[in-house]
Ligand binder design. Structure first.
Ligand code: ZN
Length: 435
């Protein structure tokens, strides 16, 4: 009995000692490891950040060496007396930076996407080997990578204000930057949360990025899509002023030459919620063209739009309203026609255009006009007020389709967009006009 319990006590004691020893060895190993690693003197090479606009020349990269005085004195090679100071001098002479940015190859057409590229340090093999192997326990090189930031070519955010490159600030407008949409108010401040802009509700997140918009359209009330072909023209801005003032939208079917001629007008159309339509490159009769030419007539114009506003057209209107099976199967967009032809191009009389429209228009109609004529602009400005007074909501073609629950399908023809119970909404009504 006595013998047994004594043995048990001894046994427990031995186990405690063994456990403590293991813990002590581990503890020492950790201390040694930490001490060893911390004790290797460090030379830090800090590469400076740079930022440029896409069209600017690549700047010379720079790095700063951070090292304590005492470390500089460390002798790395006893025979030659080579010190850390010598190593730093040598490093400075052979600095080579690596960065993947190539200014010759912009990644997006308009340079409006901000990008960042790391700037790395490339050391010569020989010096790398010496630092990493031979002097491994004597000195350590730590490289802090730099960043080359390619700024948005339009300008930069300064807190919640957007500063253009010319030094002015954006105000009262939508900004399309880095694949996001923002809105700056009249004080030039980026807005967040729920906002009412031009009579429509928009929701922005806490960073000011547009999350969703409510088009403000009441599907139960009558609506009309005013459409304008062949522009933009010199007076289109005046029409946009009126649309913006009245919280109205229109759809513009544009030709490439005028898109290129009036780029700011096209941008503004998008900003105020108008729909961007494609009216081909050269206004040719598509029915007389081969498939490849039809594609080119549509896509060349789309490319021009994309580089300008970041996206192509949503709808296409073939010149002269002329289509055949090849055109319909080739064009991968909804084909939008009209059912109210104002004949504005023929009369060139604002009064007649207004009268004809008011006398003929009904809910769901698509009205054809041409914004390249001053008389049409005058008529449209008057029509915006009169149609709204008559209770019509002025919407884009796609908005009207959405409100009517009609999905616009590619290659399909639409002349008006009546409520769905009316089966006439894809009825074709063409006329031999200059559309
Ligand atoms: Zn036309």
């Amino acid at each position: 009995m006595f013998h047994n319990s004594r043995e048990r006590r001894l046994k427990r004691k031995r186990m405690i000692i063994a456990g403590l020893s293991v813990a002590a060895v581990l503890f020492l190993a950790v201390i040694f490891f930490l001490w060893h690693h911390q004790s290797v003197p460090t030379v830090t090479i800090h590469i400076e950040d740079v930022s440029i606009y896409p069209d600017e020349e690549m700047p010379a990269f720079q790095a700063n060496i951070e090292v304590e005085e005492s470390v500089k004195k460390i002798v790395l090679d006893k025979r030659s007396g080579y010190t850390v100071r010598d190593l730093i001098r040598e490093l400075k002479e052979i600095y080579r930076f690596e960065c993947d940015y190539d200014p010759e190859v912009p990644e997006d057409e308009d340079g409006k996407v901000k990008k960042e590229y790391p700037i790395r340090l490339a050391l010569a093999e020989e010096i790398k080997k010496r630092v990493e192997k031979t002097w491994k326990n004597q000195v350590r090189l730590e490289v802090i990578e730099g960043t080359l930031m390619i700024k948005n070519s339009l300008g930069e955010w300064e807190e919640d204000r957007f500063r253009y490159r010319d030094g002015t600030y954006a105000s009262n407008k939508f900004l399309y930057l880095d694949d996001e949409t923002y809105y700056v108010d009249e004080d030039g401040r980026k807005v967040t949360g729920e906002q009412e802009i031009w009579g429509r509700k928009f929701y922005f997140d806490q960073n000011g990025v547009l999350e969703r918009e409510e088009d403000g359209i009441d599907p139960s009330r009558p609506m009309i899509a005013l459409t304008f072909d062949d522009g933009p023209g010199k007076d289109t801005e005046r029409l946009l002023d009126a649309l913006e003032k009245h919280g109205a939208r229109a759809t513009f079917f544009m030709v490439k030459s005028n898109i290129t001629k009036y780029p700011d007008t096209v941008k503004r159309m998008k900003e105020i919620g108008c729909e961007i339509g494609n009216h081909t490159t050269d206004h040719k009769r598509l029915t007389e063209l081969a498939e490849a030419e039809i594609v080119s007539q549509v896509e060349t114009t789309n490319a021009a739009l994309k580089s300008l506003i970041g996206e192509g057209a949503t709808v296409v209107r073939p010149p002269y309203g002329m289509v055949n099976d090849l055109v319909k199967s080739t064009i991968k967009y909804p084909l939008i026609f009209w059912n109210v032809d104002t004949l504005d191009w023929e009369t060139r009389d604002a009064g007649k255009t207004v009268k004809h429209t008011l006398e003929n228009v009904k809910d769901g109609d698509i009205v054809l006009m041409h914004d390249i004529y001053e008389t049409t602009i005058d008529a449209a400005i008057e029509l915006i007020e009169k149609l709204q007074e008559a209770g019509y909501q002025l919407v884009t073609v796609s908005e009207m389709a959405r409100a009517r629950g009609i999905e616009l399908e590619m290659g399909e023809e639409y002349t008006r967009l009546r409520p769905v119970q009316n089966t006439e909404n894809t009825e074709i009504q063409k006329s031999g006009t200059q559309n």
